[in-house]
Design a protein around this ligand. Sequence first.
Ligand code: NAP
Length: 312
Amino acid sequence: MTQKIFDCVILGAGPAGMNAALYCARANLDCALVDISAIGGAPMNYLEIENYLGFNKINTFDLCEKFEQHIDNFNIQKYPYCEIEKIDLTKDIKKIKTTEKEFLAKSIIIATGASPKKLDIKGEEEARGKGVSYCAICDGNFYKDKIVCVVGGGNSALEEAIYLSNIAKKVYLIHRRNEFRADKILQERIKQIENVEFVLNAQCKEILLDNKVYGLKIEQNGIEKIIETDGIFPYIGLSANIDYFHSQLELTPDGFILTDENMKTNLDGVYAIGDIRNTPLRQVITAVSDGAIAGVNVSKYVLNSEKIEIKK
Ligand code: NAP
């Protein structure tokens, strides 16, 4: 029996991937939506979104559930919990080997997102799960009435520090400069919270643990200090999840996939969307928009490729 060739395989079932699948399916493409984890993607690690047009405030889980309910009205084959093992994007027919299944596809949309960056300091690896967490929503409740440190000065750090301030007794927000890059609205909000203390111009040097975290060594204005803490939440940005693609695709110097305005990469039939690409803004709304653009352009690509012979 000959193996089925999908019109498009979408890798990553976050908002970007789900919307790309929706646009592909509406163009009548036979598409598969594949994810290493559950359908929903990175927003499932956050609590709520306040800047998604149409909703003053919406729980991210509820929003992703609405996205999934929407795509379920279309012929989209979903493959959650499939880990990519090997991928060849260079031929006309792309080949993706996963733990569950091998896929052949005329086109690929990569929407595998980005993961939290590590502080890369002594003690961090060892302390993971013993007081260091990259997900306040998942682990925040372990710190009820305790002292926690959040590291970073972007939207994520401020949002998660605000979230943790409702659980922990005290939150230190540690940032390497004396001004935050987070949206002004978050900066104004966090200043009003009594149990959040800013530690600015501070570099993290070492995580101190004795079976579990008890301190964070920092250097502030040239002086080393130890902050006593029960938990440390680094929110210092993202690095692209490109393990299986990096040798085949053109990347930016910091490792994100280069695309043109149509979301096309340097390879024919290969598109990249959402947090994994060279985007100036990594939000659900921009991820969804990338998905729409890619879906439309993939549909055109597949229609055109049907007119020419595809080499396996
Ligand atoms: P980000 O905006 O890149 O900010 C990273 C922060 O960590 C910066 O303040 C940076 O300091 C600091 N940092 C970087 N490397 C560091 C290191 N080695 N040690 C100490 N500090 C370090 O990252 P993000 O906050 O995770 O956000 C990622 C993307 O998601 C952004 O586009 C953001 O807007 C978006 N996002 C949006 C929302 C929202 O709209 N509600 C919520 C969450 C995230 P410097 O400032 O000195 O560079």
